[in-house]
Write a protein that binds this ligand. Structure first.
Ligand SMILES: O=C[C@H](O)COP(=O)(O)O
Length: 250
């Protein structure tokens, strides 16, 4: 039985003060001793430290939105795994479609970042997913298989990797993939992992769904056999909504 994992990706939202307030509200909404599923929040880099203090001792873990593959140096605008670990992050999101779409991230750079994060002991959430044009041209399976295969190239142990399937056309658009559409791609991802790593690793891999998950559709999505939680954008910016989604996974 895979433990579900729900992570709120706050993207470029909230000041430090707003992030702290939201983190406090979430901890209160989940209640003391919550253990229904794994939970994380990914504030902006500047808010990680303060949000981290607020969630310390709670079930909520600190997640980063990206990391670089070098230790340090002339990489303006980037952040290192050492910096993320020092602030208390346990997970890092890598290859989000917004990074791929707007910041030139490729399967090759995603792979470098994942290798570095894993080598440094950070757990990874690898994001994959097709655009609307790719879905309409019926290349979803090809695109997602390459993102998984190339993203994980050369990585032998995926026990601390989670994959998030996020169809780009469903992110922030209010259009959720139907539970059947999502399940079809999740199964494809699990089958790809079976080919690459064998049955045992594939059986243990958690695959999150992301893309307009809300309290009203979370339970149906999370009930699918290969959907092991969610990567939540917009709805994670409201503590009550995010808590409701977490409870749907618990
Ligand atoms: O990382 C989260 C996803 O991009 C989903 O965003 P969304 O829930 O706002 O559609």
């Amino acid at each position: 039985m895979r433990q579900k994992i729900v992570v709120g990706n706050w993207k470029m939202n909230n000041t430090i003060a707003e992030s702290s307030a939201l983190a406090s509200e979430l901890v209160a909404a989940l209640g003391k001793g919550f253990s229904g599923c794994e939970v994380g929040i990914a504030p902006t880099y500047v808010a990680l430290q303060e949000a981290g203090k607020i969630i310390a001792g709670s079930a909520v873990q600190l997640v980063a939105q990206n990391c670089h593959y070098e230790n340090d140096g002339a990489f303006t605008g980037e952040i290192s795994t050492g910096m993320l670990k020092a602030v208390g992050c346990s997970y890092v999101i890598i290859g989000h479609s917004e990074r791929r779409q707007f910041f030139g991230e490729t399967n090759a750079t995603v792979n470098l970042r994942i290798k570095k994060a894993l080598a440094e002991g950070l757990k990874v959430i690898l994001c994959v997913g097709e655009t609307l044009a790719e879905r309409e041209s019926e290349v979803t399976s090809k695109v997602v298989t390459s993102q998984v295969t190339e993203g994980l190239a050369g990585i032998s142990d995926i026990s601390t990797v989670v994959i998030a399937y996020e169809p780009v056309w469903a992110i922030g658009t209010g259009k959720t993939a139907s539970s059947a559409q999502a399940e079809e791609v999740h199964l494809l991802i699990r089958n790809t992992i079976t080919k690459l790593y064998g049955d045992a690793a594939a059986g243990k891999l958690r695959i999150q769904y992301g893309g307009s998950v809300k309290p009203s559709n979370a339970a149906e999505l999370f009930a699918m056999p290969n959907i092991d939680g969610g990567l939540i954008g917009g709805a994670s910016l409201n503590a009550a909504d995010f808590a409701a989604i977490i409870k749907a996974a618990s």
